[in-house]
Design a protein around this ligand. Structure first.
Ligand code: HEC
Length: 129
C-alpha cells in the first residue's frame, strides 16, 4: 500500500515531466493570446465604416431602421450578444443564409468593431447600466 505511490512516481516521472513541460509551454502561449486579446480594444470608427459600407443596406444606417420588418434591429443590443451572433453565423452554429454569407466576409477584428459600434448606438433593445 505504501509502496504504490512511490512506484507510480518513479515510473511516471520522465513521462509526466515532459508533459508538464508541454503544458507549461501551452499555458504560456495562452497567456500571450489573452494579453493580446485584451490589448485589442474595439475600434468604433472602423466599426462604423464597415457598417456603413455593408450592413446599413439591410439594417439601416442607424442600426434601427431595417429595410424589412423581419430584419432585426442591432442598435443598442449588447456588445457581447452581437459578437456572439456574428461568430455563430460565421461558424454556422447559427444558421441563416443571408447572415451566414455576410459573416463569412468579416475578420475577427471586424466582428469586434461592428459589435461595439452597434452596441454604442441608441436603441431600445437593452437597458444600459
Ligand atoms: C442582405 C441583408 C443583410 C445584410 C447586408 C446584413 N444583414 Fe445582418 N441580418 C440580416 C437578416 C435577414 C438577419 C436575421 C437573420 C436570422 O434570422 O438569424 C440579420 C441578423 C443579424 C444579426 C443578429 C441580430 C439578433 O438580434 O440576433 C446581427 C448581429 C447582424 N445581422 C449583423 C450584421 C452586420 C454586422 C452586418 C454587416 C457586416 C450585417 N448584419 C449585414 C440581413 C442582413
Amino acid at each position: 500500500m505504501h509502496e504504490r505511490p512511490r512506484d507510480r512516481e518513479t515510473t511516471m516521472k520522465p513521462h509526466s515531466r515532459s508533459r508538464i513541460g508541454r503544458i507549461a509551454g501551452l499555458s504560456g502561449a495562452l497567456a500571450l493570446c489573452v494579453a493580446a486579446g485584451a490589448a485589442q480594444a474595439a475600434d468604433l470608427a472602423q466599426g462604423r465604416q464597415k457598417a456603413d459600407e455593408v450592413c446599413a443596406a439591410c439594417h439601416g444606417k442607424d442600426g434601427n431602421t431595417p429595410i424589412d420588418p423581419t430584419y432585426p434591429r442591432l442598435a443598442g443590443q449588447h456588445r457581447d450578444y452581437l459578437e456572439r451572433a456574428l461568430l455563430d453565423y460565421q461558424s454556422e452554429q447559427r444558421r441563416n443564409p443571408i447572415m451566414g454569407a455576410q459573416a463569412k466576409q468579416l475578420s475577427r477584428a471586424d466582428i469586434r468593431n461592428l459589435a461595439a459600434f452597434y452596441a454604442s448606438l441608441p436603441g431600445t433593445m437593452s437597458h444600459k447600466r
